[in-house]
Design a protein around this ligand. Structure first.
Ligand code: GDP
Length: 524
C-alpha cells in the first residue's frame, strides 16, 4: 500500500552536524552512513572528498588548505526512519553557507571533543541554532582517548551554552578502558556499535557494565552512574524540542561506540519536518500541495556536465518527478524533470520527495538561493539569511573587452551564493562582498577556470555594508538621495548603505534615526 503523506513525513529526520574542526564530524558522518547502510565500507566519505578534489580544478583551494568547501546532502535509512544529513563546510570563511544550510534542518547534532569541550566554532554554530530554536543532540566524541571528567563536560555545556543537559547514556570507562555505553533510564548496555541491540542489565554493578572495566575502576563507575541519576536532569522531550535541553550521548566515532545510540535518539526524539513560516501563512509539513525552497546552489558537482544543482528543501506535499512547479519570484512555471537524491557516493533520480527531504534540481541559472517553488500558490518562504559582508572589493579585469562577460559571471556567482554583488547607484563598477577571505579565492579561481576571466581584487573605499530600510518610504528615499555616492543595490534590488568605516556608519545612524541599518537580511 502506498505511504500517505502523514506517514512519510513522520518518518523523516532532517539534520546537520555542527562541530569545531577536528572534533570528528567527518568520521561521525561516515559512521552514520555506514550504519545507515548508505555505504558499505567506512572510508567512503573521505574517498569521496579526495575524488572531488582531483576531479575539479577550482577545488585546488580546498586541497591546498586541507578544508572542505563543499556542502552536500546525504540520505540514508535506519530502522523506520529516513534521514537527510546536510553537511556544512568546516571552515569559518564559509560561515554564510553553513547558516543557510541550518535554515533547512529540523535538528542538529553537536559534536564535542571529549578532551577539548566547547570550542569557538561550536559556540558560534550553536548560537545560530538557538536563534532558530533548532533542537540539539550532543555527541561527546573521542571517549577512547583521555577525556575530561564526564560531569565536568556536562557542566561546561550548561555554562558556556546556557543550555540544560540530560545525559541519556553514560560512558563505561574512558581512554584505554572505554568499553561501551550505559543507558541510564533503561539500565542497558551496548559494548559498541557492532551490537545492534542494547542488553538490559540489573544495574551499573552488573558484570556486563562495571564488569567490563578493570577492577579498580569499577566502584567509581558505579558511583558516577548513581550520582548521574540523582543529580542530572532526566531527558524531557518537550524541553528538547523547544531547544532548552540537550540530551547527551557519549562515544567514539572512530572506534564505533555510541553512534547507534545517537541514530536511535534522532529517530526516537528527533523532530519530524516542522511547519515552515512563509510570508502570508504557516505551511504544515503534511499539507497536500508541494511547497519548497532553495537554500543552496552548487556548481560543478560533475565537471563533465558543468551542471548547476539547486538544493531544495521540501516543506509540504510531494515533489514529483516531471511535475510543473511555480517559481514564485518570477511567477513562471518550471518543469522538475530530473530531481535527484544524493547518497554517500551516488545520486539517483527522485520520483517522489516529501517534507524534510532535500533534492537537487539541475538547472541552468533559473533558480537562486532563497527561491520558493509551489504548485501555484503565491507564498514566499523566509529565513534563508544573507549576512552583511565583512570584506568589500572591486574586481579588476585586465581585458576591458570582457566587461560584459564579467558582469554576467559575477551575477551568476552571486546567485549561487559564492559572493554577494552590489551595484552602486552612481554607476561606478560593481562591488563584491564576502564574509570570509577564502570566498574571494574561490571566486578568483572559478572566474578564471570556468569563464576564462583572470581577475584581481582592488580594495574598495568602503569597508562596511548595511541593508537599509525605514517605516516611511519617503524617509528612505530622502536618505538615499542625500547619500547617492554611498548607496548600492543587492541582487534583489534591495538598497544597501556603504560606509568607509564604523565611525561614519555610527555617525549616519545617529543623524538618521528613522533608518534601520541591518547586518542580516532574510531572503525575500
Ligand atoms: P572533522 O574536522 O570534525 O571532520 O574531524 P574528522 O572526522 O576529520 O576527525 C579529526 C581527527 O580526529 C581525525 O584524525 C580522526 O581520525 C580523529 N577522530 C575522529 N573521531 C575520533 C574518535 O572517536 N577517537 C579518536 N581517537 N580519534 C578520532
Amino acid at each position: 500500500m502506498a505511504e500517505t503523506i502523514q506517514e512519510a513525513v513522520k518518518r523523516r529526520r532532517t539534520f546537520a552536524i555542527i562541530a569545531h574542526p577536528d572534533a570528528g564530524k567527518t568520521t561521525l558522518t561516515e559512521k552514520l552512513l555506514l550504519f545507515g547502510g548508505a555505504i558499505q565500507l567506512a572510508g567512503e566519505v573521505k574517498a569521496k572528498k579526495d575524488k572531488i578534489q582531483t576531479r575539479s580544478d577550482w577545488m585546488k583551494i580546498e586541497r591546498e588548505r586541507g578544508i572542505s568547501v563543499v556542502t552536500s546532502v546525504m540520505t540514508f535509512e535506519y530502522g523506520d526512519n529516513v534521514f537527510n544529513l546536510l553537511d556544512t563546510p568546516g571552515h569559518e570563511d564559509f560561515a554564510d553557507d553553513t547558516y543557510r544550510t541550518l535554515s533547512a534542518v529540523d535538528a542538529a547534532v553537536m559534536v564535542i571533543d571529549a578532551a577539548r569541550g566547547i570550542e569557538p566554532r561550536t559556540l558560534k554554530l550553536f548560537e545560530v541554532c538557538r536563534l532558530r530554536d533548532i533542537p540539539i543532540i550532543t555527541f561527546v566524541n573521542k571517549m577512547d582517548r583521555e577525556a575530561r571528567d564526564t560531569f565536568e563536560i556536562l557542566d561546561e555545556i550548561e555554562e558556556k551554552l546556557a543550555l540544560d543537559t540530560a545525559p541519556v547514556t553514560w560512558p563505561i570507562g574512558q581512554g584505554k578502558t572505554f568499553a561501551g555505553t550505559y543507558h541510564l533510564a533503561e539500565n542497558a548496555v551496548r559494548r559498541g556499535d557492532a551490537e545492534t541491540e542494547r542488553t538490559p542489565v540489573h544495574g551499573p554493578d552488573s558484570n556486563r557494565a562495571a564488569g567490563l572495566l578493570p577492577e579498580n575502576d569499577r566502584p567509581a563507575f558505579i558511583e558516577e552512574v548513581e550520582l548521574a541519576r540523582e543529580a542530572c536532569r532526566p531527558f524531557d522531550a518537550d524541553a528538547f524540542r523547544e531547544g532548552h535541553l540537550t540530551p547527551v550521548y557519549f562515544g567514539s566515532a572512530l572506534r564505533n561506540f555510541g553512534v547507534r545510540d545517537l541514530i536511535e535518539a534522532l529517530g526516537a526524539y528527533g523532530p519530524p519536518p516542522r511547519a515552515q513560516e512563509a510570508d502570508s501563512r504557516t505551511v504544515e509539513a503534511t499539507e497536500d500541495r508541494m511547497t519548497s525552497f532553495v537554500f543552496k546552489i552548487q556548481a560543478n558537482m560533475d565537471p563533465n556536465h558543468r551542471d548547476r544543482i539547486a538544493f531544495v528543501r521540501v516543506c509540504s506535499g510531494i515533489l514529483q518527478r516531471g511535475m510543473k512547479a511555480k517559481l514564485v519570484r518570477t511567477g513562471k512555471p518550471m518543469s522538475l524533470s530530473a530531481p535527484q537524491f544524493f547518497f554517500a557516493r551516488s545520486r539517483i533520480t527522485a520520483d517522489e520527495a516529501y517534507a524534510g527531504d532535500v533534492v537537487g534540481i539541475p538547472n541552468h541559472g533559473t533558480l537562486r538561493i532563497g527561491d520558493t517553488l509551489t504548485e501555484g500558490e503565491d507564498i514566499l518562504f523566509r529565513g534563508v539569511p544573507n549576512f552583511a559582508p565583512e570584506i568589500l572589493r572591486r574586481v579588476r579585469l585586465g581585458d576591458a573587452m570582457k566587461a560584459k562577460k564579467l558582469k554576467d559571471a559575477l551575477h551568476q556567482m552571486a546567485e549561487e551564493g559564492v559572493v554577494q554583488l552590489f551595484t552602486p547607484e552612481d554607476g561606478s563598477p560593481a562591488i563584491v562582498g564576502v564574509v570570509g577571505a577564502l570566498q574571494l579565492d574561490v571566486l578568483k579561481e572559478r572566474l578564471n577556470i570556468e569563464y576564462g576571466l583572470p581577475v584581481d581584487f582592488e580594495v574598495s573605499r568602503f569597508s562596511i555594508c548595511r541593508w537599509i530600510d525605514a517605516d516611511e518610504q519617503a524617509e528612505l528615499t530622502r536618505f538615499m538621495e542625500a547619500h547617492r555616492g554611498d548607496i548600492a543595490r543587492d541582487l534583489d534590488d534591495d538598497p544597501v548603505f556603504l560606509a568607509q568605516h564604523e565611525f561614519s556608519l555610527n555617525y549616519e545612524a545617529e543623524r538618521w534615526k528613522a533608518i534601520r541599518f541591518t547586518t542580516v537580511k532574510d531572503y525575500q
